[in-house]
Ligand binder design. Structure first.
Ligand SMILES: *Cc1c(COP(=O)(O)O)cnc(C)c1O
Length: 379
């Protein structure tokens, strides 16, 4: 079976990624990832991890001690929050206005908890009044879970208001910030968010496969008070923290799993770039580039799915015009322009395109390429 000698090394083309993620990766991040692998308990690596934790705290705007990157993609960050904090039989209010809210509901059910679903239309933000009504109707609820930036539709929900409501009703908040982190305002401590997770491959413009996560002191208390062990060994934060803490805090790091060493170099670099730019400046850049893109898209006659007031700058969902072949357009963009835009997901499959302006992708060249390519292909 002589197979391997006939297989060439894989050399992907250089695409421009303007879908819902992964986004264009910073060249500096790709370079960081290719640096020499060292041991995951090497003192130099441990020093890098301490910096990485500080950088994640900055991106989340938190001083939470339990802040780290889960060694797996955003979905694992989501699962980390649910399996650690929610116990069987507990009640969770879950807001659903797109694909990822539904995924949260499935997580709740899989830990044996009870999901009370608050539905809002696809393309609309979570309605705080509906959430308040659910909190009042279910005084025994322990958590409120919602998606800050719903990538399936491009709707931004008011995380500050929702977390305020959770506090008023003695609930811990669990927030999906996979697409929001780095792209729009997000302040974990100021807004009182208890458990939050994100992803490396959206507005951080890092390689896919890592999920920054942070738990507030109240969430850590809830975790420590569990009556049953966390059912996932790999995602059990009480075990993982043995590896992530230590170092600066004086203890000794212990082996839990082999950290994805090179991927963590990449995340360190992408967060360093974000910190150097400044969070506020990055949020502003996303807003500015969105404005330029919006003008061009509207000039082509395309209509947005989400109302202006709750539109995400980093994820632009527009309806596919009548009589246009969705698949053919996206295939031609990929073939002729090396440009990827996103297809519709769930209820919007075949009906909308999702154009991402995430992280390193939120820049003028990308907007210009996308508008030119769409104009050519649509004509
Ligand atoms: C992409 C995404 C996820 C899942 O992240 P993966 O890295 O694909 O596992 C979860 N929530 C939202 C809002 C997302 O956009």
């Amino acid at each position: 079976m002589l197979v391997a000698p006939y297989i060439d090394a894989f050399n992907p083309p250089r695409r421009t990624l303007m879908g819902p993620g992964p986004s264009d990766v910073y060249p500096e991040v790709l370079a960081a990832q290719s640096r020499p692998t060292i041991g995951h308990l090497d003192p130099l690596f441990v020093g890098m991890m301490d910096e990485l934790k500080e950088l994640i705290q900055y991106a989340f705007q938190t001083t939470n001690e339990m802040t780290l990157a889960v060694s797996a993609p955003g979905s694992a960050g989501m699962e980390t929050c649910f399996v650690n904090l929610v116990e069987a039989g507990e009640k969770v209010i879950v807001c659903r206005n797109g694909v990822f809210g539904e995924r949260m509901r499935q997580n709740v059910e899989r830990v044996g908890a009870v999901a009370v679903v608050v539905d809002n239309e696809w393309g609309e933000p979570v309605n705080p009044e509906d959430v308040e009504a659910a909190l009042k109707a279910h005084p025994d609820a322990k958590f409120l879970a919602f998606v800050h930036a719903e990538t399936s539709t491009g709707a931004l929900s008011d995380a500050k208001a929702l977390c305020g409501l959770a506090k008023q009703h003695d609930c811990l908040s669990i927030v999906d910030a996979v697409t929001s982190l780095g792209g729009v305002e997000l302040r974990v401590d100021e807004w009182g968010i208890d458990a939050i997770y994100s992803g490396s491959q959206k507005c951080l413009s890092c390689v896919p496969g890592l999920s920054p996560v942070s738990f507030s002191p109240a969430a850590v208390e809830k975790l420590k008070a569990r009556k049953t062990p966390v059912q996932s060994w790999f995602l059990d934060q009480t075990l993982v923290m043995g590896y992530w803490s230590g170092g600066a805090s004086g203890g000794k790091r212990s082996y839990h799993h082999t950290a994805p060493v090179n991927a963590l170099y990449a995340l360190h670099e992408s967060l360093r770039l974000l910190a150097n730019e400044g969070l506020e400046a990055a949020w502003q850049r996303h807003a500015d580039m969105h404005r330029v893109l919006r003008q061009g898209l509207e000039g082509l006659g395309l209509k947005f799915v989400v109302d202006e007031a709750s539109r995400l700058p980093q994820l632009n969902a527009v309806y596919i015009p009548e009589g246009i072949d969705d698949g053919a357009v996206r295939a031609q963009l990929l073939e002729s322009y090396n440009l990827e835009i996103g297809a519709g997901l769930g209820a919007l499959a075949g009906k909308a395109w999702r154009i991402g302006l995430m992280g390193f992708g939120a820049r003028r060249e990308n907007v210009a390429l996308c508008l030119k390519a769409l104009e050519d292909v649509l004509n």
